[in-house]
Ligand binder design. Structure first.
Ligand SMILES: NC(=O)c1ccc[n+]([C@@H]2O[C@H](COP(=O)([O-])OP(=O)(O)OC[C@H]3O[C@@H](n4cnc5c(N)ncnc54)[C@H](O)[C@@H]3O)[C@@H](O)[C@H]2O)c1
Length: 342
């Protein structure tokens, strides 16, 4: 922990009594310029570690440090996270998200920006990427996020992006290999993006993180765990991502260098990858509907919840998190070498 950093004590807003309802918007806003009634009036120079503990121990503020922030509105959460980061993490935390212009990648970027990460997101879609950059810059500050055109199939694009991030923010603590497509007719392209892109991003990240640790989140799919009759190539790429990640996680280069590698396996989520599709992208588009009916389509918030869980769980190296509307569990893989029961 670093001393003499952080937020002045009078900037911390503590409600004096437990809110009666969950109408958290009535809690004082997390705006340093406001002087709400609850504000501690006697400023002391700097926040002490105990203050942080006190804040986090108020059950109506934080149920626990890392997951539920029950009674807080968004700005308050963001504000307290900043306090936490400024005290406990003296250095900034930097993330790369591939395919971040829209859909899940954009949602992951936003979740990271709310946690005060510096974010570089890449995409092949420059129009969408630049629009998203404008939105993020307005919400979270221009210096905290930027868009980089990068096709994850290109080693050169990836390397240029890594070097750019290191030049701008000096470190890379997290990479989310998220870019992906479904395309059964253009199946080589599908493999190139969904698998080779993840391999490329992971290997560059491992190489960098060997010096100081970090987290690699590879986005697979429920289709990587279960066979998927309407998208065999997509399913194969996503299964490969799981075993690629599990295999690296066992390697000392990862597990002895404070690197965590994790896979996410979401079911259907509300993005263009399922909404904006053509017949030729599937081996029988008509087979998709029964699965959609069975599993439903998750809002992006649900998948983001899984993403944050994957980030916060410290003991998940090599694991794969299933995220559906009702299930959020790490996969238990069978042991094929277990002797048979006689
Ligand atoms: N939405 C779902 O139902 C669902 C379910 C399980 C897994 N996934 C996975 O989640 C990830 C994100 O998908 P999404 O649902 O947000 O889809 P999406 O189509 O909304 O977003 C994918 C993004 O990746 C970008 N992209 C495509 N090819 C790229 C390339 N070569 N280089 C860089 N960027 C590229 C696209 O331009 C787009 O912005 C994918 O890997 C997908 O397979 C999605």
């Amino acid at each position: 922990m670093k001393e003499n950093v952080g937020v002045r004590r009078y900037q911390i807003i503590l409600p004096t009594s437990k809110p009666k309802s969950k109408k958290v918007s009535e809690l004082p806003a997390a705006d340093m310029n406001l002087k709400p009634a609850y504000l501690k009036t006697k400023p002391e120079p700097l926040i002490l570690p105990d203050d942080v503990t006190n804040i986090f121990n108020h059950d109506y503020l934080f149920m626990s440090l890392q997951n539920e922030y029950k009674w807080l509105n968004t700005e308050s959460k963001h504000f307290l996270q900043q306090i936490y980061n400024s005290i406990f993490n003296s250095k900034m935390t930097v993330a790369i998200v591939t395919g971040g212009a829209k859909g899940l990648g954009k949602a992951f970027c936003e979740a990271l920006l709310k946690r005060s990460y510096k974010v570089c997101f890449c995409d092949v879609d420059t129009d969408e990427g630049e629009n998203t950059q404008k939105y993020f810059a307005k919400q979270y500050g221009n210096g905290n996020v930027y868009f980089q055109k990068c096709d994850v199939r290109s080693e050169n694009d990836f390397t240029v992006m890594f070097n750019g991030v290191l030049q701008k923010y000096s470190s890379i603590d997290l990479i989310v290999n998220n870019a992906g497509i479904i395309h059964e007719t253009q199946w080589r392209k599908c493999i190139d993006i969904n698998l080779n892109g993840v391999i490329q991003g992971s290997m560059l990240a491992i190489d960098h993180m060997k010096q100081g640790g970090g987290v690699i989140v590879n986005v697979s799919s429920l289709s990587g765990v279960l066979p998927t009759l309407y998208a065999p190539v997509y399913s194969a790429t996503k299964a490969a991502v799981i075993n690629f990640t599990r295999s690296w996680a066992m390697n000392p280069a990862v597990n002895q260098n404070s690197i965590r590698m994790v896979t996410m396996c979401p079911a259907f989520a509300d993005t263009d990858i399922i909404k904006d599709t053509k017949e030729e992208q599937f081996q029988g588009k008509q087979f998709v509907d029964p699965f959609l009916e069975k599993l439903g389509i998750m809002p992006l918030e649900r998948v983001t919840e899984g993403f944050l869980k994957v980030l916060d769980d410290q003991d998940n190296n090599g694991k794969s998190l299933i995220v559906t509307a009702n299930v959020m569990n790490y996969v238990t893989f069978p042991d094929p070498l277990k002797p048979e029961n006689k």
